[in-house]
Design a protein around this ligand. Structure first.
Ligand code: NI
Length: 169
């Protein structure tokens, strides 16, 4: 095992809703290690399981620039339970190469879930961390950041997105 292929925009899996994890077994642990390896290799600051073809509610993230191990987070069945504020910043996605656009997100979120040791965790995220949480949790719902853009903006990008769709087939 190791690095996994990342699905690209146009793959129907990216549009499906992921299922809650029932048991954190050895198979899932290996999968989580592979997700982390894939995220670092990309490189990216976050990755959700459906991006590598598995419809399970698992996300990994590391907002630190130098991939500091202390900033690495694995969240299973994450749920945004509180959110406040609004902030716009540029966002990209490993599934949509070469596209970065400003997206409005909550400025602060509180996320509940489980870590890989089955401990219940509650994490507060601000700034970039809050943005990654929202982006990755969106993936678990089959949503991509381009869905969060204004209709006008999506119209402008329509051609580019259509081209990506054709290339991924
Ligand atoms: Ni993404």
């Amino acid at each position: 095992m190791g690095k996994l292929p990342v699905l690209l925009y146009g793959s129907p899996i990216l549009r499906q809703k992921s299922l809650p994890v029932q048991t954190i077994d050895g198979g899932l642990q290996t999968f989580i290690d592979d997700m982390i390896e894939t995220m670092y290799a990309a490189p990216g600051v976050g990755l959700a399981a459906p991006q590598v073809g598995r419809l399970s509610r698992v996300i990994v993230l590391n907002p630190s620039e130098k991939q500091d191990p202390e900033s690495l987070m694995v969240l299973i069945n994450p749920e945004i339970v509180q959110a406040e504020g609004e902030i716009m910043a540029e966002e990209g996605c490993l599934c949509i190469p070469d596209l970065r656009e400003p997206v409005t997100r909550y400025e602060r979120v509180l996320v509940k879930g489980y870590d890989r040791n089955e401990r219940e965790v509650e994490v507060e995220g601000k700034g970039l961390l809050a943005r990654i949480f929202q982006h990755e949790v969106d993936h678990l719902e089959g949503l991509l950041f381009v869905d969060r853009l204004s209709t006008a903006k999506r119209d402008i990008l329509r051609k580019r997105l259509k081209k990506l769709l054709t290339e991924s087939r």
